[in-house]
Ligand binder design. Structure first.
Ligand SMILES: Cc1cc2nc3c(=O)[nH]c(=O)nc-3n(C[C@H](O)[C@H](O)[C@H](O)COP(=O)(O)OP(=O)(O)OC[C@H]3O[C@@H](n4cnc5c(N)ncnc54)[C@H](O)[C@@H]3O)c2cc1C
Length: 473
């Protein structure tokens, strides 16, 4: 059968763009269907605006605390309008990279319509019906907004509109305590808002090592964020020009209220799988709406693949890119590649940053791989003292053969340092490998060497120490 295209990609976010660009580079005839802005969440309402906002917020914080470095700088009241103008300028600077023009120049036909699957090979896009040998679903995710009494009566924020604010809220209330909530919460508190975070549980950074929660609770509370741990929101109401949240304290079931002038819902992401014809095409989803894929990222229809947030399990731009690379290979080459999440990485860009690679202690234990755990505090690292960095830690998870299989790092620029751990994990390197490197002094990366040396010291048996003393001292 003759098809219009080799590949149709639905969604022009991180996953769809990498898939379409990669397939076109191999010479395939590709159609990319995007109903909204090219670049998806990451460019327009996710990574890029949030990190741009944090850049201003972290600097504001440094200025306020300049006396710790012997300076006496002071900060005028922040104009959120100016900060957000810069945020949107950053988006505009990066946008050409994801633009229709760039992808057309790469040989991709970009169709700016909503795409709906009609069957396993056919997609409706506006008034056009297109067919392809392969289809890739990269429709992404959207903010999860639960049913809540009174929500229809107020205007609330999600990541889709928070970057359009022009006036700094006097009191921003945030529902949820995941990475998005923590980054935006810290950004606003550092810019000068009062910030309250309401969460059902009592742990922050739940996907990271438990030590991270303890550390970050202290830093974020120190910044001024007020946490309502173990609280639920039962209803919301408008109160003059404010928003009132009615809470239930889950410990004693007593009612409480918090009033503020802005309310951000950051309770996680849900896949965009409704209304795109998955059923008509025979593509199965799980009970939360994620498209089910095998290790080769094929859906229940082997010619249809899915990647990025719609497929999970990790909702990050770099994981979308990694999966898309795997899909491109599997679309054309007979030898199919399987995804391997052994060295998954992520970073939350708060101050200090929280970066992770590979296993946590708990996941290594569950996988039966856990050997030793090394925890190296940051306060002894000279560079951290020199820079007045917020304290942190390095936690390394080793297997039974002392190979590095996981790392968590809490410090400024942790995300930039994490590839060192990734390299160790990918190459199945032993912890002692770090002691063979020469680290320029003073650098924060020395924490890896310190961890290796402290383990080396620990590993000497008493008789070895005695023998050494006798022979050489
Ligand atoms: C506030 C925030 C901060 C974040 N920060 C980071 C970060 O620092 N680092 C990181 O790695 N990740 C971050 N993420 C996550 C990251 O943005 C996502 O993992 C990434 O965007 C997923 O890419 P995707 O292509 O799967 O989906 P998306 O970016 O959601 O793209 C999907 C695209 O498909 C389109 N679409 C959907 N249905 C159809 C249809 N039927 N027809 C046509 N088009 C359709 C949508 O319009 C959208 O453009 C952040 C997310 C948020 C919300």
């Amino acid at each position: 059968m003759l098809y219009d295209y080799h590949v149709i990609v639905i969604g022009g976010g991180s996953a769809g763009l990498v898939t379409a660009g990669g397939a076109a580079a191999l010479g395939a005839k590709v159609a990319l269907i995007e109903e909204n802005l090219m670049g998806g969440d990451c460019l327009n309402t996710g990574c890029v605006p949030s990190k741009s906002l944090l850049a201003s917020a972290h600097l504001a914080d440094r200025i306020r605390h300049s006396n710790s470095l012997g300076l006496e700088a002071s900060l005028n009241p922040v104009s959120l309008k100016k900060v957000m103008t810069r945020v949107h300028n950053v988006i505009a600077s990066i946008a050409p990279h994801d633009s229709v023009e760039r992808f057309q120049s790469m040989g991709v036909e970009v169709i700016q319509e909503k795409g709906t699957l009609l069957d396993a090979h056919t997609v409706q896009a506006g008034n056009r019906t297109l067919s392809a040998r392969h289809i890739v679903i990269a429709s992404g995710s959207e903010p999860q907004v639960p049913k809540l009494e009174g929500l229809d009566e107020i205007s609330y924020l999600t990541n889709e509109n928070v970057f359009s604010l022009e006036t700094l809220p006097e009191h921003l209330m945030i529902w949820g305590a995941g990475p998005i909530a923590m980054e935006i919460g810290q950004a606003f508190v550092q810019l000068g808002s009062r910030v309250s975070v309401i969460l059902r549980g009592s742990q922050l950074f739940k996907k990271d090592e438990p030590e991270v929660s303890t550390l970050m609770k202290g830093w974020l509370a120190g910044d001024g964020i007020q946490f309502y741990y173990q609280h639920n929101i039962t209803s919301v109401a408008r109160e003059e020009n404010k928003i009132r949240l009615n809470l239930e304290n889950l410990k004693d079931h007593n009612p409480e209220t918090v009033t503020g002038d802005a309310f951000l819902i950051a309770l996680g992401r849900q896949p965009v799988s409704a209304g795109i014809g998955l059923e008509a095409a025979g593509v199965n989803i799980d009970n939360r709406g994620f498209v089910l894929v095998n290790e080769k990222l094929q859906t229940s229809q082997p010619n249809i693949y899915a990647c990025g947030d719609i497929a999970g399990p990790y909702q990050f731009t770099h994981m979308a890119g990694y999966q898309a690379g795997t899909v491109v290979q599997n679309l054309f080459f007979p030898l199919k590649k399987k995804v391997n999440y052994r060295h998954v990485v992520w970073t939350t860009y708060t101050s200090p940053q929280v970066a992770h690679a590979g296993h946590t202690e708990a996941s290594a234990k569950e996988a039966g791989l856990l050997g030793t755990v090394i925890t190296q505090p940051f306060q002894d690292i000279d560079r951290a003292i020199i820079d007045e960095d917020r304290g942190g830690l390095l936690k390394l998870v080793l297997d039974q053969r002392k190979r590095v299989i996981g790392a968590t790092l809490v410090c400024e620029q942790a995300g930039e340092m994490m590839p060192l751990a990734s390299l160790a994990i990918v190459n199945k390197m032993k912890l002692s490998g770090f002691s063979k490197l020469i680290f320029a002094y003073p650098s924060k990366s020395e924490v890896f060497q310190a961890a290796a040396l402290s383990q080396l010291k620990e590993s000497f048996k008493p008789w070895q120490k005695k023998l050494f003393k006798k022979m050489f001292l």
